[in-house]
Design a protein around this ligand. Structure first.
Ligand code: PNS
Length: 171
């Protein structure tokens, strides 16, 4: 008799805010894994626009609007080392999106450092649709804050949140 093991992946990131590129990767990951945990963490090199709680709400709203088949999707946040979190969550893999060659070096370093910490957990890279190959949370924020359009790059619910945030920041 064959036993099917539930395959669980962690999709970690800053998600500040979640973009259509992230959602594309989530949908692709859902084809490979039975369960995915979208795990928000703090990238020590970035100053976030949205709080962890806001980002959790935004991701939860956004994933409610996409088709993920029978995949179980959870949203969580963690502090400290990703690999400690992955072990605690009994994960089989870390999922990361790679857009262009320019992402590769950073991702390779992280994947190898993570493997060194925990060799049992593999990092899996997936490519988003070409339409999102240049989309990043950083550029989305920058363009929007300077009055540009981000239509089609983030879900409508995220654009609303960005509008509210900027209005509040301008005071
Ligand atoms: O979306 P980002 O900012 O590229 O995500 C980076 C993130 C949050 C996945 C990375 O900074 C991370 O894993 N942070 C947790 C702390 C950690 O484990 N650092 C060592 C990474 S090798």
């Amino acid at each position: 008799m064959l036993f099917h093991t539930l395959r669980r992946a962690i999709y970690p990131g800053s998600f500040d805010p979640v973009t259509n590129g992230h959602l594309d990767i989530i949908q692709r990951g859902c084809k490979l894994f039975d369960e995915m945990i979208v795990a928000i963490s703090t990238n020590l090199e970035k100053t976030p626009l949205f709080s962890i709680e806001e980002r959790r709400e935004m991701i939860t709203e956004a994933i409610a609007q996409i088709n993920i088949g029978s995949c179980r999707l959870l949203v969580d946040n963690f502090q400290g080392l990703l690999m400690h979190y992955a072990v605690a969550r009994d994960a089989h893999a870390i999922l990361r999106g790679i857009r262009a060659i320019s992402d590769y070096e950073y991702e390779l370093q992280m994947a190898l450092m993570n493997r060194r910490q925990e060799p049992r957990i593999e990092t899996v890279f997936m490519m988003p649709a070409e339409a999102y190959s240049y989309v990043s949370s950083r550029l989305v924020k920058e363009v929007y804050q300077l009055g540009g359009t981000i239509d089609g790059l983030v879900p409508a619910s995220i654009e609303v949140r960005m509008k509210q945030k900027l209005r509040r920041e301008k005071g």
